[in-house]
Design a binder for this molecule. Structure first.
Ligand code: CP
Ligand code: NVA
Length: 306
């Protein structure tokens, strides 16, 4: 078994110190400022990218992130790997650790991703599970800071499904100290709310004083065939946006299902920042890759100063 004590994974936001996460975001801002002349800090390093579900943004942005910083990538669909047959997570983790310097993996089963990380001597980065999507939330925080400056004390209002992206916002709220209002059908009400997280059955109550309005598909990958009628009161439309503040921004991790979770009017409005948000996946992930690799003992070409 090749596991090393000093390897730094990026799987669960709460497992990483708050100051470290804030440092990664700071580095992401700097890397975005250098986007036309990116430092070649990952020269010669390789990232394996593995997917058990579809992806446009995660796949493209990780691939470009590595290449912009001088590294290489190899992509595999999980159903083409021996892992989907009989090969163990232990052997898969040990072998990949001999080929590449990091693994980014989209794996539905969160516990299996965590288990895989115990069998690698290289960082494992969570490219989304059924429970969480931390790379998306890092890009979202970068976007909110760009648009509204300090995220601390802001009110972020989430509408629709209580899903992997929402649950990662929940984890982020106490770390960055923003207020998260979650508005979902009552049967999806979070079991536990805390200092930074409040539940609202009524979307009109949740939207009051929101700085950021955010939603996601009502039917996450793997949930096809689900009934969506109960989500209609949580649609982000012009009426809901009108109840927010003048500067309120609209965010969505994409892909979008128009006229379900959000209407075209909102998407065409100046409040909509979804393409900046999608671009920021790239810059946030460059900083995540740099942190994972530097802190796991890889000598990056240029010191990055965490
Ligand atoms: N937001 C997001 O993760 O998009 P993809 O599924 O296209 O990667
Ligand atoms: N909640 C969505 C996010 C897609 C990026 C899903 O899991 O399909």
């Amino acid at each position: 078994m090749d596991q090393q004590d000093n390897v730094r994974h990026f799987i669960n936001l709460p497992d990483i110190p708050a100051e470290t996460l804030k440092g990664i975001i700071k580095h992401a801002h700097a890397l975005k400022a250098e986007k036309f002349n990116p430092p070649q800090i990952l020269e010669g390093l390789s990232l394996a990218m593995v997917f058990d579900k579809r992806s446009t943004r995660t796949r493209m942005s990780f691939e470009i992130a590595m290449k912009q910083l001088g590294g290489h990538t190899i992509v595999m669909n999980m159903d083409e790997m021996q892992l989907t047959g009989a090969e163990s997570l232990e052997d898969t983790g040990a072998v990949l650790s001999r080929y590449v310097d990091a693994i980014m993996i989209r794996m539905s089963d969160h516990a299996l991703m965590e288990e895989l990380s115990t069998h690698t001597s290289i960082p494992v980065i969570n490219g989304m599970t059924n429970n969480s999507h931390p790379c998306q939330i890092m890009a979202d925080i970068l976007t909110i800071e760009e648009k509204l400056d300090d995220i601390q004390g802001l009110k972020i209002a989430w509408f629709g499904d209580y899903n992997n992206v929402c649950k990662t916002f929940e984890q982020a709220a106490p770390i960055w100290d923003f207020d998260l209002a979650i508005s979902t059908p009552p049967d999806l009400q979070p079991k536990k709310t805390g200092d930074n997280v409040t539940y609202f059955e009524d979307a009109k109550e949740a939207v009051k004083d929101a700085d950021v309005i955010v939603t996601d598909t009502w039917v996450s990958m793997g949930q096809e065939g689900k009934q969506i009628e109960k989500f209609m009161p949580y649609q982000v439309n012009a009426d809901l946006m009108a109840l927010a503040k003048g500067h309120t921004i609209f965010m969505h991790c994409m892909p979008i299902h128009q006229n379900e979770e959000v209407t075209p009017t909102v998407l065409k409005s100046p409040a909509c920042v979804i393409y900046d948000e999608a671009e920021n996946r790239l810059h946030a992930q460059k900083a995540i890759l740099a942190w994972c690799l530097a802190e796991s003992g890889v000598n990056l070409l240029k010191p990055i100063g965490f």
